[in-house]
Write a protein that binds this ligand. Structure first.
Ligand code: GLY
Length: 357
């Protein structure tokens, strides 16, 4: 049963538990950290029919009083009106500062629930139960919460660390091939950043097959992320590395009106940053080819349907653009990337290099 603690600089820490079958015992796991209280259990219309009752029953058996809120699946749920609806549901349920929010779902539900928990009564505790591979390997860990604004993705949000992350790899068994590939993109990203053995799991085999046991992949991904977040919880420095591929990816998601999912856009973004790094001699051809082949092998797109100019225009408003410069992440080899601060005016050329290669 892989389990680790993410330690924060203020001395606090929280457990990340990865265990097959954990969902049906989530109430017991949570009660060892938070005394029984009122819980707002938040999910979406895809996940709720599969797992909501299992989670709710486990919480009730452990003594929690459960309130449920289910939202439509999909990116439009990360919006101001939905955030307002969730905050009002918390108020209707009379949650107090000692109560709890629990997200049961993918990154969208986790981001929304975490944000609501972070601002309701100026902050209540929350627990992440990721049910998608993407949320398990990345989004559920590290306390980033957000909603989108019409002007851009994740433009409103806060850092609010969960009290625990409880991951049951068996919930990945019902994911669509597209969802498995979404998660693969973030795990491959982590491998390129700092774990060659994780990258090689995806290099050696298509890990988006239906019968994949994701326990090891999640454990390796989360171990790397926990290390980075411990060092830099609010992304002042080293945590920026986790944005490999994300500057083009956010532009791709927006330009496609979210028809291209986050993980698929990250796949294209990693491919673009790899080609751009190859063009200027930062990464050897053979390592670049390994990255592109591994993305392809795991059913991820590597070609971008948009122009460098239109992507650069969107990326100008990306929240990571500070004043006249923007930090981009470029792979140097498998397991090592670098941060480069470039003038915003050079972003279009960088994207162009990323489209050609
Ligand atoms: N998904 C990138 C991060 O949590 O920093």
């Amino acid at each position: 049963m892989p389990s680790l603690n993410l330690s924060l600089e203020d001395g606090q820490s929280y457990p990340i538990q990865i265990e097959r079958g954990l969902l049906k015992n989530c109430g017991t796991a949570i009660s060892s950290l938070v005394p029984p209280c009122h819980v707002m259990l938040v999910s979406d219309e895809n996940v709720a029919p599969l797992y909501l009752e299992t989670a709710a029953e486990s919480l009730k058996s452990a003594g929690f009083t459960v309130h449920k809120k289910i939202f439509p699946a999909g990116e439009p749920t990360k919006s101001l009106p939905v955030l307002g609806e969730l905050l009002e549901a918390m108020a209707d349920a009379r949650l107090t500062r000692t109560d709890l929010a629990v997200s049961l779902g993918g990154g969208i539900i986790g981001d929304l629930t975490g944000f609501a928990a972070g601002c309701y009564l100026r902050g209540i505790r929350f627990v992440q139960i990721p049910t998608t591979l993407l949320a398990a390997v990345d989004a559920s860990v590290g306390g980033k919460t957000a909603i989108n604004l019409p002007q851009g993705k994740n433009l409103a949000g806060l850092f609010h660390q969960p009290s625990a992350v409880l991951c049951d790899p068996d919930t990945m068994g019902t994911l669509t091939p597209l969802c498995r590939a979404d998660g693969a993109a973030e795990a491959i990203k982590t491998g390129i950043l700092g774990d060659t053995s994780l990258f090689e799991l995806f290099e050696s085999e298509d890990r988006t097959a239906a019968d994949t046991d994701y326990t090891e992949i999640i454990a390796k991904s989360v171990a790397y992320k926990a290390k980075i977040v411990s060092e830099d919880p609010t992304e002042k420095g080293v945590r920026k590395l986790l944005n490999l591929g994300h500057t083009p990816a956010h532009a791709i998601e927006i330009l496609s009106s979210f028809e291209i999912s986050h993980g698929h856009a990250v796949g294209i973004g990693i491919a673009m940053m790899t080609r751009a790094a190859k063009k200027v001699g930062i990464i050897k051809n053979c390592d670049a080819e390994r990255i592109l082949d591994t993305l392809r092998r795991n059913n991820l797109p590597i070609d971008c349907p948009f122009s460098a100019k239109e992507m650069a225009e969107i990326a100008q408003s990306d929240k990571k653009a500070a004043n006249t410069s923007i930090t981009v992440i470029l792979p140097e080899e498998i397991g090592k990337c670098r941060m480069e601060k470039i003038p915003r005016t050079e972003l279009e050329q960088l994207f162009q290099d990323g489209l050609e290669g």
